[in-house]
Design a protein around this ligand. Sequence first.
Ligand code: UDP
Length: 337
Amino acid sequence: MILVTGGLGFIGSHTVVALLEQGYEVVIIDNLSNSSLAVLDGITKITGVKPHFEQLDLRNKPAVHYFFEKHKNIEGVIHFAASKAVGESVKNPLLYYENNIGTLVYLLQEMTRHGLSNLIFSSSCTVYGQAATLPITEEAPIQKALSPYGNTKQISEAILKDTVNAYPAFKAIALRYFNPIGAHPSALIGELPRGTPQNLIPYITQTAIGKREELAVFGSDYDTSDGTAVRDYIHVIDLAEAHIVALARLLAAKNKSNLEFFNIGTGTGSSVLEVIHAFERVNKLKVNYKIAPKRPGDVTAAYADTTLANNELGWQSRLSLEDALRDAWHWEQKLAE
Ligand code: UDP
């Protein structure tokens, strides 16, 4: 049995689908703070399997304790449950430390107490800040976080390091995601942003469908080919697959150290304008946008060197930016039905 925390969220739900498709038995815990039970139906429709689900808030320590007392057959844990909005984390840092750090501690306490060892952790390329060299390898230095959210990912990685040192039987892999986008090609699951989207792709799709009047392109004088910021956008289906191979690596004891880090991206950077124009081209429509001031805290360019993930995990992204933008648009249209 594989425990997926935050399994009804954006990346979690796609990973649950991939796990079920590969025959894993899955139990999801999710507090539904940024997801809905409809996602469980979507997962069931896609796979024909209804995963076990418990509505549980990981901040509730006794409930977490009880969960692990009740489930004695957990072989691995994929831990997605966390808050992820950079701006919100600046306004409400303590919520972020509680949600992202407190819950990781409870989870690790229960895992180590029960002798469970295989954890896949959602980290982020934000740990690198503006890297001096592109593409970014796992060797790039961690830079001072620019937001409480970014800080929680760095602190979480440090907590994992201390945990594997103290518990030699404990093993974890931290996947440093670049920019996850897209949706399941069936349009049965996808991203469900709360309120005004902070991320580029949901903002584009909501503008295209008329929910938002105009997309603001944050900054046009970055030192990039067209002046807009560059990111590595990875299809959520490819990202989900990376979790499956990372988990399989731990389950087969193929890991080379008790804590490994992998960049998960495509290896290709795209500028904001390139993304907008690719979206327009592939979906045959126009997006209303204007150039706006830079968003504080944004780096100029970030894209992954994926050599380590390619060689060690035997994983590489297969889907294109265009695939992701098509699937994201189908999902937005489905939401509007
Ligand atoms: N972006 C933008 N307009 C928006 C949202 C994002 O121009 O409404 C830009 C943002 O400045 C960054 C890129 O799109 O350069 C990706 O932003 P996102 O928030 O999706 O991911 P991040 O890389 O910040 O985690």
